[in-house]
Design a protein around this ligand. Structure first.
Ligand code: NFS
Length: 670
């Protein structure tokens, strides 16, 4: 392996990652960090200027005015490539939602071993949204009807996906006007692939209009279904104390890391790990027990519901194996690097694939089936325990941080007003007064092309100083958690005065962990609730809010960007732009880039921009928030007006001698 030009500190800001990268170099094994360094991106493909959708190419449009063999222009090619990526991302999220719907159906029919409906209140709330009768019916009957309704959204051919009804009325009317309300989830994905086949849709704006419809089928379709059903089956998240980073792995226990996305598998592994028979089996193998942890969005799912520690985000998957302390990494779907298998060969770690959709050459396959879920989960754990005796030298970084995850939109509403006055009013009021300047969602992946977690954290810290409340999901949330930004008071000395007052009054961290990547739909729901509460306009594009994915890399992230923009949000992506064109021929290749920004803003009030400099991301985010504040007629943001609420004044007064304290409180006595 060639010697790396970048130091571990340049690869990641996380000390646990740095330690493991040193270990990787010592052992002489590669990781995504070193491979990214060796593999220079193709500058033609990265800019979206390569077309390989037919056998006459691939065509590389590197010269001014050049077209593909079929005559396709650079704009058509870029629009097609982006549309296909969005369709793949929407398909991934939505197929996850479909599996959740089938699991709900199986549970309702009593055919899913080990599962139950844990959150009947959420089942009722969701069913009521779609006018499913509740009176005099059993939980199973209601769940059955909801499962059928949700399953039908995927194959529906005509009409409108029912879930879009959850959007603000003005938004839905706009989508209807623009003819982008999805008819059925599968139909939009298929049509996106059809339109981008050789010789079909060749008007870039027309292609991208359909890309929006496809993305909406994700955000207000498949992903929202996934979130709703996960809550119904496993419980709606509420705050609890969790831990994160590689230090959560344990020397004296069987370490099982679950990695991927669908909580159906991981929740059952959590349950099986508590089974006395399995605990005993682990002790008989010489371990103190089983220590479960998660990677990627599966980590978020079981962290926010069960408090199971998160070993890390996307770029931590290989680093966990490098500790030598992982008996099994159990994966299902999405964000799983093929490199895990070759890396694991240097250790005793078993990579266990479980999804009928995902196999990796060289991995052990133990197929998961929700009808026998509990038994399979136990078999997987037994295989991990059997592997404990094969463990060699270990090195677990002594790095971990605590966090408070679990801010579902239901909990946010509750925390703002309590049981009897649950409401978004206090949040809206805080924004309207200027204590909170605006809201930013920082979401999405890690990308080894940048320094791991740096962009997430830099943008987060700068926005917090400016009194912007942060909501986070996915790998971005784990990045903030690793830095201690999600722990009650811990981050408050780093935030602006107004936001600090709000956090102290409610008792929340300044960065709210809202879940996994499919849970970005929770953010859509929060925005919708803020609109419904009043005072911040009648639609999502009126709210002073932005969405940022500083280290994006996946097609799912592009789908999220598109549905957020279609919902009215300003979305900023870091890293590179897949439609950037080449610097020396920008004039010839910027139509798509402009259309995603100005074109989408004109149509939807939301837009997508690619910005590589994190300070520029912050500047644009604040500019947008201030623009929206002004449009609503809200007072301009003034940091110095706040930060002197009763509590802080009292604390300062406590430090004064009695007479001065008296004078400060009641005026000087003559
Ligand atoms: Ni979402 Fe990015 Fe993957 Fe989750 Fe992480 S990489 S697009 S955040 S784990 S899906």
């Amino acid at each position: 392996m060639p010697k790396s030009k970048r130091t571990p500190e340049e690869f990641s800001i996380d000390p646990a990652a740095q330690e493991m990268l040193i270990r990787a170099a010592e052992i002489g094994v590669g990781t995504a960090f070193s491979r990214a360094e060796e593999m220079t991106p193709c500058n033609i493909g990265a800019a979206g200027m390569c077309c390989k959708i037919c056998g006459m190419g691939p065509c590389r449009l590197t010269k001014e005015g050049q077209t593909g063999v079929c005559g396709a222009t650079i704009d058509t090619i870029q629009a097609r490539n982006l549309s296909r990526a969005i369709a793949a991302g929407a398909a991934a999220h939505s197929d996850h939602g479909r599996d959740m719907a089938f699991t709900l159906k199986a549970v309702a029919n009593g055919e899913a071993e080990g599962y139950q409906i844990r959150d009947v209140a959420k089942l009722h709330a969701v069913a009521a949204r779609y006018e499913i009768p509740l009176e005099g019916r059993t939980t199973e009957e209601i769940a059955n009807e909801l499962a059928d309704l949700y399953i039908a959204q995927f194959g529906q051919q005509r009409g409108e996906i029912l879930i879009t009804k959850n959007a603000p009325a003005r938004r839905l009317a706009l989508w209807q006007d623009l003819k982008v309300v999805p008819r059925g989830v599968d139909r939009e994905v298929v049509e996106a692939l059809h339109r981008t086949h050789i010789g079909d849709d060749q008007d870039p704006e027309h292609i991208l209009r359909h890309a929006m419809r496809t993305a909406l089928a994700d955000g207000w379709g498949g992903s929202m279904i996934a979130t709703d059903i996960s809550d119904i089956l496993f419980g709606t998240p509420a705050p609890l104390v969790g831990r994160t980073n590689l230090g959560v792995l344990k020397e004296d226990m069987v370490n099982v890391v679950v990695h991927g996305h669908e909580p159906t598998l991981s929740e059952m592994i959590v349950a099986a790990s508590l089974d006395p028979e399995i605990q005993e089996y682990a002790r008989a193998a010489g371990a103190q027990g089983i220590n479960l942890s998660g990677i990627c969005c599966t980590a978020n799912e079981i962290l926010m519901r069960q408090g199971i520690p998160a070993a890390g985000n996307f770029l931590h998957q290989e680093l966990a194996i490098l500790t030598g302390a992982v008996e099994a990494m159990v994966v299902d779907v999405q964000c799983i690097m093929q490199a895990l298998v070759a890396l694991a060969e240097n250790f005793h770690t078993k990579i266990i694939t479980t999804s009928p959709k995902v196999r990796i050459t060289g991995a052990t396959h133990m197929e998961f089936d929700e009808h026998r879920a509990y038994s399979i989960a136990k078999e997987i754990l037994r295989a991990a325990i059997d592997n404990y005796k094969n463990r060699g030298k270990t090195q677990i970084p002594n790095v971990q941080e605590r966090l408070v995850p679990g801010f579902s939109h239901e909990y946010i509403r509750y925390m703002l007003g309590g049981t009897y006055r649950a409401s978004f009013r206090p949040l809206n009021d805080a924004i309207m007064s200027g204590r909170i300047r605006g809201v930013a969602a920082i979401v999405g992946c890690n990308n080894p092309r940048s320094q791991q977690d740096y962009l997430h954290i830099h943008v987060a810290r700068e926005l917090l100083k400016q009194d912007v409340l942060l909501v986070e999901t996915g790998c971005g949330a784990i990045a903030s958690a690793k830095q201690g930004l999600m722990l009650g008071q811990a981050g408050l000395d780093q935030v602006g005065p107004g936001l600090r007052e709000i956090c102290e009054t409610i008792g929340i961290p300044p960065v709210l962990h809202m879940g996994s990547c499919v849970d970005n739909t929770r953010i859509l729901t929060v925005l919708t609730e803020m609109v419904a509460e009043g005072g911040l306009g009648d639609d999502i594009d009126d709210v002073p809010a932005v969405g940022i994915a500083p280290e994006w890399m996946s097609e799912k992230a592009l789908s999220i960007a598109a549905y957020c923009a279609a919902s009215g949000a300003y979305v900023i992506f870091g890293g590179s732009s897949p439609v950037s064109g080449m610097p020396d021929r920008v004039a010839d290749s910027e139509l798509v880039l402009k259309y995603l920004s100005e074109g989408w803003e004109e149509l939807f009030g939301g837009k997508l921009e690619f910005v590589s400099d994190p300070d520029e991301m912050v500047r644009r985010a604040l500019e947008h928030i201030d623009k929206k504040r002004a449009a609503l007629g809200l007072p301009a943001y003034q940091a110095e007006k706040f930060g002197r609420s009763g509590d802080t004044q009292m604390l300062e007064l406590e430090k004064l001698p009695f007479t001065e304290k008296r004078a400060a409180l009641y005026g000087a006595v003559e």
